[in-house]
Unconditional design. Structure first.
Ligand code: NIG
Ligand code: FE
Length: 411
């Protein structure tokens, strides 16, 4: 199957396939070809160039993109799309003055979702989750990382990961699965942390590895959740099964978790609403990608990741949604990009880099995703006619997507 897109007003994020991420000042650059064509063969970007050199060949489909902007589909490297029910009541409780921590201390929060998940069958969980996946694909996400972490039991965690596997088999979107058994301590292990960590390491991990259900391992490294030492135990155990770490850290407090993550060669450190100068120093010269989740900050009214300070210090930055029932019931990467510009003072170029190539890096797929390059997957957003790509974050809340193409197929 050949699909040719012609008369593209601006083709964004055109990069050499070898570039796996962009950092610091380089994030301000967004390479563009104006008045371009792009040829897709099956699920691959076969070629592209300027219209003067557009090939005259037989193709199955032509899309005339006159006036339109084309960019790589978003790479959302941090989600919890698989969950049961919702937490609307906690949303209203927060409006009425309770904090996220106070709600969690009353048995709400992650444990609330875990209760619902363990009461929900696998088929029903799949049906609820696929609606969200279909929605984010329509919103331009072509690659999505999905975490477990609302089971907190052997059966519950396996159920979540099997649903993720089924979604991966059914949908063209690239999916990476992350095992997050260390999301919270179940009530029965409140006074027995090492007992729950033993369960994760000795019961959950071997079964997950046996069924090849996870690509990465995660833990919620935070005051009141998993300590730095406990998180290190999880990272070490994951490593034995070939699972690199992607860690929730520095959401509410800075407890030197980032240093431990870098020491364990984590692929990413995610949230980072509270970041110290020492954390920034540690991240320099590491291979670990900082991931900011601005719509989480927006939804639960917590600080935004100090992206400006971090990028100015030379660090890379990725953006993701954190789509989950508690802190971010939205998987809209367009809104994430806009919020990063509006609230974190990232430029449109930085935000688009963070949501494409750096997002791909944070989920280990930047060889195949996250930029326009020959041989990469044909995952594209065709935007409606724009006065410039600045409109993408500027006109926040508008749906500016005309067409989404994933693995060469129009969604
Ligand atoms: O990334 N912070 C930890 N985990 C999720 C929220 C979990 C929940 O409240 O359900 C997050 O924000
Ligand atoms: Fe999260």
């Amino acid at each position: 199957m050949k699909l040719l897109i012609t008369n593209i007003t601006a083709l964004l994020q055109v990069r050499n396939a070898g570039i796996e991420k962009v950092s610091g000042a380089a994030m301000a650059e967004l390479p563009i070809i104006e008045n371009a064509w792009l040829l897709i063969e099956d699920n691959i970007i076969a070629d592209f160039g300027i219209m003067d050199n557009c090939p005259e060949i037989m193709v199955d489909t032509i899309i005339d993109a006159t006036g339109k902007t084309v960019l790589p589909a978003w790479c959302d490297s941090h989600t919890h799309i698989v969950y049961a029910g919702n937490r609307e009541q906690e949303f209203v409780d927060r409006i009425n003055g309770l904090s996220y921590e106070e709600i969690a201390a009353r048995g709400g929060g992650i444990l609330n979702s875990a209760k619902k998940l363990n009461e929900t069958g696998e088929e029903e969980l799949y049906q609820q989750s696929k609606v969200r996946l279909e929605e984010v694909m329509q919103q331009g996400s072509g690659a999505v990382e999905i975490k477990s972490g609302y089971g907190l039991t052997v059966e519950g965690e396996l159920k979540m990961l099997r649903v993720i596997k089924r979604l991966r088999e059914k949908y063209p979107v690239a999916i990476k699965a992350t095992f997050l058994g260390a999301h919270a301590f179940p009530a029965e292990y409140k006074e027995n942390h090492s007992g729950y960590i033993d369960l994760i390491i000795n019961e959950m991990l071997p079964k997950i590895a046996d069924e090849k259900l996870a690509d990465y391992i995660d833990a919620f490294c935070e005051t009141g959740y998993f300590s730095v030492e406990e998180t290190e135990r999880i990272m070490e155990a994951g490593k034995k099964y070939g699972l690199q770490a992607k860690i929730h850290v520095n959401q509410f407090t800075a407890i030197n978790g980032i240093e431990a993550c870098v020491k364990h060669n984590a692929l990413s450190v995610d949230h980072l609403e509270i970041v110290t100068d020492e954390d920034i120093e540690v991240l320099k010269n590491s291979n670990t990608m900082p991931v900011a989740l601005p719509t989480c900050s927006f939804f639960i009214s917590i600080p935004y990741t100090p992206a400006r300070k971090m990028i100015d210090a030379g660090l890379p930055m990725a953006l993701a949604t954190d789509f989950n029932p508690g802190t971010t019931p939205s998987g809209n990467m367009n809104l994430v990009v806009a919020t990063a510009c509006i609230k974190m003072k990232m430029t449109p170029e930085e935000a688009i880099n963070a949501a494409t190539i750096n997002g791909a890096y944070a989920m280990g797929i930047s060889e195949t995703h996250g930029s326009i390059a020959k041989g990469k997957r044909a995952n594209l957003i065709i935007a409606k006619p724009l006065s410039s790509y600045y409109q993408l974050p500027y006109a926040f809340g508008s749906n500016l997507i005309d067409t989404v193409i994933i693995e060469g197929k129009i969604i």
